[in-house]
Design a protein around this ligand. Structure first.
Ligand SMILES: [Zn+2]
Length: 95
């Protein structure tokens, strides 16, 4: 692969360019970890919104599609939790 700073060829496993000394952004060049909507993580985010929020904050730079997907479900989960909480809280008043 090639250094994105100086354009010189560097070894595949290199972390720092031997020509210019700049850090090599592995996330940009290796297609191993693809950025896609993750169903399991979305479900976890929905069940436990705070986990979704953490996933969103820690992955927004490297995997924006997955992070936004989890963030969206975390928001849905949060809204559902608030509605349920209000329902339970006001249930004694209705009965
Ligand atoms: Zn370089």
């Amino acid at each position: 692969m090639y250094c994105q700073h100086c354009g010189q060829e560097v070894r595949e496993e290199a972390v720092v360019c031997i020509h210019c000394g700049c850090a090599i952004n592995v996330a940009n060049q290796s297609p191993k970890e693809e950025d896609k909507e993750d169903k399991l993580l979305a479900e976890v985010s929905f069940m436990i919104p705070i986990v979704g929020l953490i996933i969103y904050c820690t992955n927004i730079d490297e995997k924006p599609i997955m992070a936004k997907h989890c963030g969206k479900f975390a928001l849905y989960g949060f809204i559902v939790a608030v509605v349920l909480l209000l329902f339970v809280a006001f249930l004694p008043l209705i009965i």
